[in-house]
Design a protein. Structure first.
Lengths: 119, 535
């Protein structure tokens, strides 16, 4: 399992973040979670590259869109697959330049299937 | 802060300025064929006095001085001039006080403002000025008893004209511009001004044969109504003042429909213009009230839509948490046969969270529709396959409602539609049937010709009484609520919005043998529908 690497989850709502960690854990993924964009940047500077980033868009401080751009500026982070999980309507993977967009609420099978596809 | 002596000086200067304006305008008015030297067709000073005192009561000495000056100027004996000046001032003071007590707003944008102006300004205050003024002339021996009635009428109507033409002109144009109305382009104002002038010149300018001048009066109405509809009270006051000026000058010069006999003609002109001014002011006020009510309704609607959008967005985070938690628990215990009961309860919890999700999506969609932010994305879709997917997904819900689902279709039906929106619409139609026709068979029929795909959902429930048929698609559904069937009733509203956004139609009819029959028709290609992207 650990060969699949770590999923970095960026989500500001505590309860939802825990629920994500539980669901991904049930699917056999190791998860590191942070509450906002700045914490994500810090985490990326201090740890080994994650296998995938699960990203909320509306975040305090640095939001999901800004984090997406910040990651694209770094050559060694640029190709980490990103999946956006959001309640913001009318977002598409092409529009955000990410691998996939999941609309909240997302079901556990949907989540695990999508993460497995891109990891 | 201004110190008292300075303020007194400033006030004195204003009073003097008002007196000069009043006297000069009055002198100009009296050039135009006065009756018995003192009563005139249009007496602008009465309007100036009313408008000024409606704003600043303390300016009344300016009226006294101005009226005194103008009457001495045209040769009235001192005591007559004093009487007239007193009457004119009293009229303006009483009229403006009446307006103040009636809650008059100087934008004249409400019908009640216009009515107050007519009652206190044009009718009551002018009776005071006319009776005191003509009384003074009589006492001075300047009118004979036989002339008195005609002079009094001319005086009264001349003052009334001032109050209906000049006072609103000054009040409306010095009040803050109405913000509700989109200001039409300057070019339109220019063209309108030309039309007003042209109509005035045609009717009162001696351009036409005298015989046809009377018949040409209707020419005044189109530009005046245009001014009212497009420019509100500013348009009314400016165009009525222009036409009145042209009419008075033309009539005095012997032209136009009112020029035939001297005095009765002038009185008729006064009555005509007074009625016209009053009518247009009422019309302008009614339009502006309607605009305001419309703007308030739009604001309320926007606020509700924003609230719905915010609320449903906020609800999604806890819902997403619940969905994940329940899903994780189901996964964790699914393989454990000793937890059958827990698994059943978790499955129920999952259904309920899914239902909650539908309700929240419907709320969000309804708010998007109301804000005009509802978009569809067309891609090639097979409607028959889409219906199979939805009926498959809703199999469990149908079973819970005791309904059976039967789909009749002859093969693929391709079209350019928004797949997600159509899935949502078919889901809403079927959920509506589950709710209102539980325990009955539900039939779905699909058919198509070259241009149109048709989807029919038929249930065998109680049906919908014809008078209420259209109402089931509306945002609020009193008739349905009356029958005690709860729910927000957004499902069919969204279906109709989706269908319309595709350029299609939906109707509901009584099915043969009882129940309701929803018929959805969708154009198969994009070109047939109206523009859909409303953002």
């Amino acid at each position: 399992m650990s060969a699949r690497g770590v999923v970095l989850l960026v989500e500001d709502d505590d309860a939802l973040r825990e629920a994500f960690v539980g669901a991904l854990g049930e699917g056999g993924f190791r998860v590191a979670s942070v509450p906002d964009g700045r914490a994500a940047i810090r985490w990326l500077g201090e740890h080994i590259r994650p296998a995938l980033i699960l990203l909320d868009l509306w975040l305090p401080g640095m939001d999901g869109w800004e984090l997406r751009e910040e990651i694209a500026r770094h050559a060694h982070l640029r190709d980490i697959p990103i999946i956006v999980v959001t309640a913001v309507p009318n977002q598409t993977a092409e529009l955000l330049d990410v691998r996939a967009v999941l609309e909240k609420p997302v079901t556990v099978p949907q989540l695990l299937e999508t993460v497995t596809r891109f990891i | 802060m201004t110190r008292p002596p300075e303020r007194a000086l400033v006030r004195a200067a204003w009073i003097a300025a008002l007196a000069v304006v009043y006297a000069s305008v009055g002198r100009l008015g009296l050039i135009a064929e006065p009756v018995a030297g003192f009563a005139t067709v249009l007496w602008p000073p009465s309007g100036i006095a009313l408008a000024v005192l409606a704003r600043k009561r303390w300016l009344w000495p300016g009226i006294v001085l101005g009226a005194l000056a103008v009457n001495l100027w045209v040769g009235a004996p001192v005591f007559v001039a004093l009487g007239i000046a007193g009457g004119n001032t009293l009229a303006a003071v009483l009229g403006s006080e009446g307006l103040r007590r009636a809650g008059f707003d100087s934008r004249v944008s409400r019908v009640r403002d216009v009515l107050a102006l007519i009652l206190f300004g044009a009718i009551l205050s002018t009776l005071v000025s006319a009776s005191i003024g003509v009384g003074s002339l009589r006492m001075g021996g300047l009118v004979t008893p036989s002339e008195t009635m005609n002079v009094a009428r001319a005086w009264w109507l001349g003052d009334a004209m001032g109050d209906l033409v000049v006072a609103p002109l000054l009040l409306v144009w010095t009040a803050p511009a109405p913000s509700l109305r989109d200001v039409p382009p300057r070019l339109e104002a220019l063209v309108l001004a030309l039309f007003v002038a042209a109509a005035g010149a045609l009717v009162f300018g001696g351009v036409l044969e005298p015989a046809s001048e009377g018949r040409s009066m209707y020419l005044l109405f189109p530009p005046l109504v245009w001014a009212t509809m497009r420019f509100g009270q500013r348009g009314v006051t400016a165009s009525v003042a222009s036409v009145s000026t042209i009419a008075v000058l033309g009539t005095v010069a012997g032209h136009g429909p009112f020029s035939r006999a001297e005095l009765p003609g002038l009185l008729e002109l006064q009555s005509f213009m007074a009625v016209l001014a009053a009518l247009l002011l009422v019309l302008g006020a009614a339009i502006s009230e309607r605009d305001e009510a419309h703007a308030v309704a739009l604001d309320a609607r926007g606020a509700r839509a924003d609230f719905l959008a915010m609320a449903s967005h906020e609800l999604r985070t806890p819902l997403a948490t619940l969905v994940l938690l329940v899903g994780t628990l189901r996964m964790r215990f699914a393989a454990d046969p000793s937890r059958a009961e827990l698994n059943q309860e978790l499955s129920l919890a999952a259904q309920q969270t899914e239902r909650l999700g539908h309700i929240i999506s419907n709320l969000l969609d309804a708010s998007r529709i109301e804000r005009g932010a509802f978009e569809i994305e067309r891609k090639p879709v097979d409607l028959a396959e889409l219906v199979r997917v939805v009926t498959g997904r809703l199999g469990e819900a149908a079973a819970r409602a005791g309904c059976t689902l039967a789909v009749a279709s002859s093969g693929p039906i391709e079209g350019h539609w928004d797949r997600r929106r159509l899935e949502q619409s078919v889901t809403n139609l079927l959920e509506n049937a589950f709710r209102y026709a539980p325990g009955t068979p539900i039939e779905i029929e699909l058919s198509a010709d070259e241009a149109t795909a048709t989807l029919v959902v038929r249930d065998r429930g109680p049906g919908i009484p014809q008078p209420d048929a259209e109402e089931v698609f509306s945002r609020s559904r009193p008739a349905v609520a009356k029958r005690g069937r709860g729910g927000l009733g957004l499902g069919l509203y969204i279906v109709r919005s989706v269908v319309r956004a595709h350029g299609g139609s939906i109707e509901v009819e009584a099915a043969e043998g009882g129940g309701a029959r929803f018929v959805v028709r969708l154009p198969r290609s994009q070109g047939l529908g109206p523009a859909v992207s409303t953002r």
